[in-house]
Design a protein around this ligand. Structure first.
Ligand code: NAP
Length: 316
């Protein structure tokens, strides 16, 4: 098969994949999305089950890159069944992609794996870079096994890059939309102690990082894929309220977050725990983040620069 500028996005139908696909296509790549539910007749979306080899493997032949974004969302109750799926969807997809790559006559030049900054656990004020130890708990165990499984998928000729992604802030999906909605309803107060860190990055920067991982042969191994300016939850929520022109909201004590999380079908840990990640290796390699100021990033994403004019004319 002739070598094309093809990039295969496994699990590319989700929040990160949809955005990355647009960026890659704008740059002239052919994008193939591996999904359990391809749109009928779509040439771009190809069926797989995330677990077993199949016809989809042919799309990896001669590809520039495969990027694995597969994983059952962690935004759910951690029932036994959900825990199993959170883990197995990640391990199975990593393993089957590794197997598919090893079977290629012309394997992809690079395999990029999404992972999570949650590997550092709930680690308070301590700065976490790539040399820091993992934390403790269910999410950490998932991250460790996920990374281990990827490290085991060696294939000569395929460079491996693993990105420990922070809280990706984007327009269309992800957790920012839900947070902004709560804040607009007056529920954008400090969460718990407010001292837990939020390690955030703008989706534009994350896409630039994926591109860099694909295009720079010097990138290799594990990277913290998060911005250089993590903030406490108290500061994050204060900035969000400011950007949304909501000057004050009552704080949400930990017990209320636990009750609320139950009602919303999610885990309080996601909001009450945090980590202060830094992109040490990226900074050392000279990667320039476009969005380093939270207020600017949120203004850019939530579009409120234009909102006051609209609100004025509506109230006039
Ligand atoms: N968003 C963030 O801020 C963030 C932060 C850190 C890490 N990450 C990691 O980055 C990856 C992509 O994140 P995202 O926000 O784009 O997630 P997402 O929107 O939930 O998309 C993940 C994709 O995985 C596939 N999937 C879900 N459950 C599956 C299962 N049981 N078996 C096989 N495939 C399954 C789905 O594709 P189909 O339904 O089409 O098959 C889905 O579109 C995930 O692994 C996530 O843990 C994200």
């Amino acid at each position: 098969m002739e070598t094309t500028r093809r990039v295969v996005l496994a699990g590319g139908s989700g929040f990160l994949g949809r955005s990355l696909a647009q960026v890659l296509e704008a740059r002239g790549y052919e994008v193939i999305i591996l999904t359990r539910s391809p749109a009928p007749g779509s040439a771009r979306e190809v069926a797989w089950d995330g677990r077993t080899l199949g016809d989809w493997c042919a799309r990896l032949e001669g590809a520039v890159a495969v990027v694995n974004l597969t994983g059952r969302s962690v935004d759910c109750r951690y029932t036994l069944e959900n825990r199993r799926e959170i883990l197995s969807s990640r391990l199975d997809s990593v393993r089957v992609l590794g197997e598919a790559i090893r079977r290629c006559a012309t394997p992809p030049s690079v395999s990029v794996q999404a992972a999570s900054l949650a590997i550092y656990g709930n680690s308070g004020e301590a700065v976490r870079d790539e040399s820091s130890p993992p934390g403790e708990g269910f999410s950490v165990d998932v991250c460790r096994q996920w990374e281990q499984a990827f490290a085991e998928q060696r294939s000569p000729g395929t460079r491996q890059v693993l990105l420990r992604i922070g809280f990706a802030l984007g327009r269309d999906g992800g957790a920012l939309g839900s947070l902004a909605r709560l804040a607009r309803w007056g529920l954008g107060g400090t969460v718990g102690s407010g001292q837990q860190y939020v390690s955030w990055l703008h989706l534009d920067d994350l896409n630039a990082l994926f591109l860099r991982a694909i295009e720079h042969p010097s990138m290799h191994g594990v990277y913290n894929a998060t911005g250089p300016s993590p903030v406490t939850n108290a500061e994050f929520m204060r900035t969000l309220r400011h950007v949304l022109r909501r000057p004050w909201s009552p704080p949400a004590p930990a017990w209320a977050v636990r009750v609320g999380a139950r009602l919303l079908g999610t885990e309080a840990e996601l909001a009450l725990s945090g980590r202060r990640g830094l992109p040490q290796r990226l900074m050392a390699e000279g990667f320039q983040f476009r969005h380093t100021d939270l207020s600017e990033a949120l203004e850019d994403l939530l579009g409120t620069r234009h909102a006051p004019a609209a609100a004025k004319s509506a109230s006039a």
